[in-house]
Design a protein around this ligand. Structure first.
Ligand code: PLP
Length: 407
């Protein structure tokens, strides 16, 4: 039987995405198991001393140490690359490890990063607090304002980092327009594609160079484990990202890679059904007198509905909304009453799960952000964000009505 190497088969390249979600990257062991094998091993043995020497000289391609190569992790990476249409992928321990590695592996003192304002809290911390400590300039723009991007990218820049749709206001960034300006400025574009998932949006087809995921979210999608991924071209992944990951160690555990592989098999079914439920919930909320605004890229009322329809195949699994007109402490009190009246939808800051989850961003995910910066991001005290799951839609609507009755 063929000797197993770190690189999976090329079979997937001729197969369709739906098949790759199920079979992409599979490398069977001698036991010919149906399901992907779980290789919980930190190291690997060499038949002869000469083999160890050859492996370290990189004369042979084989697994040496699970910090930078493990068969289960390799299956996950190969499957992710096939699904994304990327040349290569590295799995990481968390989504934040993916974002941090994607930025730090390629930046040095004196470099410049331009990022969108509306970022996941920890991504914002990395860009605005950690990078400047190493003498990397970080410039923040309003992601939906192309004039601000143009102005910021008039100065040579090394990296652009953004998230679309954004958290929690679900703003859409025009990827082809920003990528074109970024490339003229000399920058690589990194897109954090967590909210859209590889099912609903393919940033690389729209011009992005690097895509990151939190596997914790929709890819696992069942609230079990943490994980992440960085995808890019072969040269970036091999020459720039690999040495960083190999030597700094944000490795994905083989166990978690195995859970994520199983998650990928049902990713399309879950994401499509959850998006369908999300659209129905967005429409339902829009019709409620107690709800003053619904933010959902799949609703005609979304200011960037047309752009979202160009970039994404549906509006996604996340719905944000504002209650009443209340501001200040009243907004928070109203939002808390709403959350506390729910019986099915759980209060949780996680997302992408089969269980519907609700969070109050101003007091949780964006608590650390200064009040005036929060206001600039459009995060008001009466804002709630729901990650829509797979429960019966009528039960979810009834639960939301309970919330509204509680206000
Ligand atoms: C959750 C999330 C991350 C971080 O992922 P972890 O797996 O929690 O580290 C990054 N970006 C976005 C948009 C996220 O939702």
């Amino acid at each position: 039987m063929a000797k197993k190497t770190q690189k999976g088969g090329t079979k997937g390249k001729t197969r369709r995405p739906r098949t790759n979600l199920i079979r992409g990257g599979v490398q069977r062991s001698n036991f010919q198991e149906t399901s992907e094998a779980l290789f919980l091993t930190s190291g690997y043995v060499y038949d002869r001393a000469e083999d160890a020497e050859a492996a370290f000289k990189q004369e042979i391609d084989r697994f040496m140490y699970s910090r930078f190569g493990n068969p289960t992790v390799a299956m996950f990476q190969d499957r992710m690359a096939l699904i994304e249409g990327a040349e290569a992928c590295w799995g990481t321990a968390t989504g934040m490890a993916a974002v941090t590695a994607a930025l730090l592996c390629q930046l040095k003192t004196g470099d410049r990063v331009v990022a969108a304002r509306a970022l996941f809290g920890s991504c914002q911390y990395v860009v605005t607090e950690i990078l400047p400590r190493f003498g990397i300039e970080s410039v923040i723009v309003d992601g939906d304002d192309l004039d601000q991007w143009k102005h910021a990218l008039a100065t040579p820049t090394q990296a652009v980092f953004l998230e679309t749709p954004s958290n929690p206001t679900l703003e859409i960034i025009d990827l082809p327009a920003v990528c074109e300006m970024a490339h003229k400025s000399g920058a690589k574009v990194i897109v954090d594609n967590v909210f859209a998932t590889p099912i609903l949006q393919k940033p690389m087809e729209l011009g992005a160079d690097i895509v990151t995921y939190s596997g914790t979210k929709h890819i696992d999608g069942q609230g079990r484990c943490m994980g992440g991924a960085v995808l890019g071209d072969a040269e970036f992944c091999e020459e720039i990202l690999k040495p960083f990951i190999r030597n700094t160690g944000p490795a994905l555990s083989p166990f978690n890679a195995w859970v994520l592989l199983k998650g990928l098999e049902t990713l399309e079914l879950r994401v499509e059904k959850q998006s369908e439920n999300a659209l129905e919930i967005a429409r339902f909320l829009e019709a409620q007198p107690g709800v003053s605004r619904v933010l959902y890229p799949g609703l005609k009322s979304h200011p960037q509905f047309d752009l979202a329809a160009c970039q994404m195949t549906s509006g996604g699994t996340m719905v944000s909304f504002e209650l009443g007109e209340a501001q200040g402490d009243d907004g928070k009190a109203t939002a808390f009453k709403f959350e506390n009246a729910l019986e099915i939808i759980d209060i949780s800051n996680n997302l992408g799960d089969t269980k519907s989850l609700i969070t109050h961003p101003p007091t949780t995910t964006h608590q650390r952000v200064e009040a005036d910066e929060r206001a600039r991001m459009g995060i008001r005290d009466n804002l709630l964000r729901i990650s829509v799951g797979l429960e019966d839609i009528d039960d979810l609507k009834e639960d939301l009505s309970r919330g509204l009755d509680g206000v």
